[in-house]
Design a protein around this ligand. Structure first.
Ligand SMILES: Nc1ncnc2c1ncn2[C@@H]1O[C@H](COP(=O)(O)OP(=O)(O)OP(=O)(O)O)[C@@H](O)[C@H]1O
Ligand SMILES: [Mg+2]
Length: 252
């Protein structure tokens, strides 16, 4: 499909969880004799098929552990699926675990270069975009300070600023709008709207249903690794909220 930015066909992901009872002497002995050494397999994604077109903004919703981050990491090629096929057509900015790639001993400026190169920019491109990145992150006074002295919000702002200045065609966001203070959140929303006007593709994971309604035209609801609903954001969010209410009633 020519206008497709992302295609997933029958994608599954299984994680192996091994339980090794090493907490007691008995456990150690038993494990030596390969007793009770259980390997459990957890199916984080189960036969997921979907197509996202260029220019779409899609909200990915679902309860904790439903597979949202796993799905984004597969699209970003950070992890491989156990089964199924994945096509991604365009430069991707993965805003998944912001700041994780930063080196604490390097300054903000040095980390911009470090991170920018990892994200595929040349030194010259980084130099050209540097003023915009520093301004966006609002870290002008702190740019020569080692990142270890930054607050967690400052680290996230710097990670966000670098990622959005890589000229991405596809932006993947995992709960990044929930970080940062109110003013920075507004700025991120404005950046998303700018990306939308420019026809870029956005897939965002959020637990804030108002935000999903506001930003996304389409929503995909994952539950236990399967697609429960996929359609107009308003409808899918309503459906999900009804479900969440039922679950809450049952647990009372
Ligand atoms: N590295 C891993 N090893 C083993 N299991 C994992 C791993 N990563 C995720 N899982 C499991 O896969 C399932 C899906 O996890 P995932 O992080 O994709 O959920 P999520 O929808 O992003 O949840 P949340 O809303 O809490 O962020 C969970 O049951 C989780 O425990
Ligand atoms: Mg997650």
């Amino acid at each position: 499909m020519k206008d497709a930015a992302i295609i997933l066909e029958h994608v599954s992901k299984k994680y192996r969880l091994s339980h090794q009872p090493y907490s007691s002497l008995k456990g150690i002995l038993l494990s030596i004799f390969r007793y009770r050494r259980r390997i459990e397999v957890h199916q984080a994604l189960n036969d997921v098929s979907l197509t996202i077109r260029h220019g779409e903004t899609v909200g990915l919703i679902g309860v904790n552990g439903s597979g949202k981050s796993t799905l984004l990491a597969i699209i970003a090629r950070v992890i491989l699926p156990t089964a199924g096929k994945v096509w991604v057509n365009g430069r991707v900015a993965p805003l998944l675990q912001l700041g994780v790639g930063f080196h604490p001993d390097l300054t903000g400026l040095e980390n911009i270069y470090f991170n920018g190169i990892i994200l595929g920019l040349t030194r010259q491109q980084i130099a050209e975009r540097l003023p915009a990145i520093v301004r966006f992150a609002e870290l002008v006074e702190f740019i020569d300070t080692p990142v270890r002295a930054y607050s967690s919000g400052m680290v996230l702002r710097l990670g966000f600023a670098v990622a959005v200045h890589t000229d991405p065609e596809i932006i993947l966001m995992d709960e990044v709008l929930a970080v940062g203070d109110e003013a920075f959140q507004h700025k991120c929303l404005r950046k998303i709207q700018e990306f939308q006007r420019e026809g870029r593709t956005i897939v965002l994971v959020s637990h804030d249903m108002n935000q999903v309604r506001q930003v996304a035209s389409r929503a995909i609801w994952l539950h236990q690794g399967r697609v429960m609903a996929d359609g107009a954001a308003e409808e899918v969010v309503d459906h999900y909220l009804q479900f969440a209410e039922e679950i809450e009633k049952q647990s009372l």
